[in-house]
Structures are given as C-alpha cells and as structure tokens.
Design a binder for this molecule. Structure first.
Ligand SMILES: Nc1nc2c(ncn2[C@@H]2O[C@H](COP(=O)(O)OP(=O)(O)OP(=O)(O)O)[C@@H](O)[C@H]2O)c(=O)[nH]1
Ligand SMILES: [Mg+2]
Length: 313
C-alpha cells in the first residue's frame, strides 16, 4: 500500500456511487439473463461506456481487446465479459502505479516540493489541506505556502486548512508576488528540516497567458534554492469537468511539467469515467482522488481498487 493510512474501500465505493450507477447498472441491465454476449450486446456495452465519459478511442480499445480475449461464444458469459472489462479498464490506469509519491523519494529529495496548479475552483486549496493532513499522519513534517496571492481571502482559507491539519503555513499579503511566497516557504522548509512543502497557487484559466507564465516564474525562483524542485507539479481537475479535463491537461502541460493529476469531487459526479480517458490519452498518472469535502476525503489513487469500486455492486 501507499503512504497514506486512510484507505477505505467502502468510502471509495460510496464516493463513486454516481459513476458506478451510470456505468455498471446499465451494463448489468444489458447483459443480465443472456447466456452468451453476442455482437449486438457488445455494441450496446460500447455505447454505455462511451456515454460514461470514458471517451470514444479509449472505449474502442477496451472493447476490441475484450473481443480478442473472448473469442469463442462459450467464453462470452456475463461473468467473463465483466472480468474482461475490468482487466482492460485496469490496464488503462495501471501505468501510474510505479510513479506514486513514496517515502523513499521524499527522504531522498527532502524537502520534497509539491506545486499545486489548476483552473479556478478545481479544489486546489482543499486538496492541499487534505494532503498536508495525510503526510503529517504518515509521520512527516509538512509546511504549506500560500502562493495564491490573487484571490481575496485565499490566505485565510489555506490558513484554516493548515490549522486543521496542524501544519505550519508561510504567507504574505494579498497582491504580493507568488514567487516570493514560494521562495520563502522553501527557505523556511530548508532551515527547519521540513519533509514536504505544499505550494498553493491561484486558479488560472489556461487562456490567460500572463498567469500561465507566472507558473514558470514560480518554478525558476524555487530552483534558485533547490535545483531539483518542484519534485511534483500536480494538476487538480474537478471530476465534474468531463471532456474539458483533456483540454486542461493539454494546456497546463504546455507551460509546466506535470507529474500527476488529482481528480476531485468524484463523490458528486457521474462523470468519473473521464479518468480512463485522461490516462489513456495523456499518460499522466492520477495520483490522488477527492471523494468528499472533509479532511479525510482524499485517497491515494490505486487503479485496481478504483476499478473494483466501480464494479462492486
Ligand atoms: N464534494 C467535494 N467537494 C470538494 C472536493 N474537493 C474540493 N471540493 C469543494 O470545491 C470547492 C472549491 O474548492 P477550493 O479548494 O477552494 O478550490 P480552488 O481550486 O482552491 O479554488 P480557487 O483558489 O478559487 O481557484 C469547495 O467548496 C470545496 O469544498 C471533493 O473531493 N469533493
Ligand atoms: Mg484556492
């Protein structure tokens, strides 16, 4: 298992209720009572998956691979089809397993710097609060930096999360240069032997060129103190976003080296299937998922558990 101690399958399952209802209930209805799954039924399954935000190309691959694996009619029982779909969906997500944030990486690079980016309202600040809480529970010394100096009360919001997580915060007044906050928090982290630095940034739309350029400046300034930092740049995406998530990944990839994704608000959406599409097309691993608003509602992403939770009725 990973670094976080809060994995709870039932919590994950209940967080994915709407996505599961959309994908699996429809598939179950389609295949129930059929002794063997014929081509027409496979086409129906394909349509269900496409309408579940998994994306056309991704579904094509999943269905084609399933067809190949279940060649004969006798293989095509409902249970075998479900197992084949699970395997295929799992293999779409699986590549990220080797890229999890682990204790040995943190130890090696300490302070391990995680920059959080994303569009407005995606869940960046909340995710930082939850990450801080989990890293702290894993026995690590954590500090957060309030480099969203743009939005009113952004500092206060992060401060509340820092208090909840019982970690230190570095902040400056509204309107100050976000890069200088990033510099200060890393400087403080080095002096105080901190393990993990989490840097919040302002929400930015990808068509705002100067705001996107600001991310580069933050990176350059950070590297004056730590040439290897940031160790992670995580793009936070609201799980309700659907197809636009791909555009966000594309646009942020142009200006930053994204190392991973956090998909939030999966508890409120039937569009969780978008994770498959993002992983298939972009090959950027999902590292964490948000399944609620509370401090304990962030989980390390585990491909297998995610697929199991979607299929578990
Ligand atoms: N249900 C649910 N709500 C979430 C989750 N993550 C964040 N939220 C909610 O989403 C809203 C926006 O969250 P923030 O953390 O302020 O988002 P942000 O990206 O920092 O927003 P800006 O700084 O304004 O760009 C808040 O109401 C959060 O409670 C989640 O996993 N589930
Ligand atoms: Mg914020």
């Amino acid at each position: 298992m990973g670094l976080f101690k809060n994995f709870d399958f039932e919590r994950l399952k209940s967080g994915l209720t709407k996505t599961r209802d959309k994908i699996i209930n429809s598939i179950t209805e389609t295949i129930s009572g059929k002794a063997s799954i014929d081509e027409k039924t496979l086409d129906e399954i394909e349509e269900i998956l496409i309408s579940s935000d998994i994306g056309f190309d991704t579904v094509e691959k999943i269905i084609e691979d399933s067809r190949i694996k279940l060649k004969s009619n006798k293989d095509r029982s409902d249970l075998n089809i479900i197992q084949a779909l699970k395997n295929e969906l799992n293999s779409v997500l699986d590549f990220g397993n080797s890229q999890k944030i682990k204790l040995d990486c943190i130890d090696k690079f300490k302070p391990y710097v995680i920059l959080i980016v994303g569009i407005n309202g995606a869940g960046k600040t909340t995710t930082i609060g939850k990450l801080a809480y989990n890293f702290k529970n894993a026995g690590l010394k954590v500090i957060v930096g309030a480099a969203d100096t743009f939005r009113a009360a952004a500092n206060e919001q992060l401060e509340i999360w820092a208090k909840r997580a019982e970690v230190e915060i570095v902040q400056k007044g509204r309107g100050s240069d976000p890069s200088s906050v990033a510099y200060d928090v890393i400087d403080t982290a080095i002096k105080n032997n901190v393990d993990v630095v989490l840097i919040d940034t302002a929400g930015r739309l990808h068509n705002k060129v100067y705001l996107m350029a600001e991310l580069n400046k933050i990176k350059r300034v950070i590297q004056k103190l730590l040439p290897h930092a940031p160790n992670e740049t995580l793009l936070v995406i609201d799980g309700n976003t659907g197809q636009n998530a791909l555009v966000q990944v594309d646009e942020f990839s142009k200006v930053t080296d994204l190392t991973g994704l956090v998909i939030t608000k999966l508890d409120g959406t039937a569009k969780g299937g978008v994770i498959f599409q993002i992983c298939h097309k972009q090959k950027i691993p999902v590292k964490y998922i948000g399944v609620g608003e509370k401090i304990d509602d962030l989980q390390e992403f585990d491909a297998k558990q995610f697929v199991n939770a979607i299929f578990d009725n």
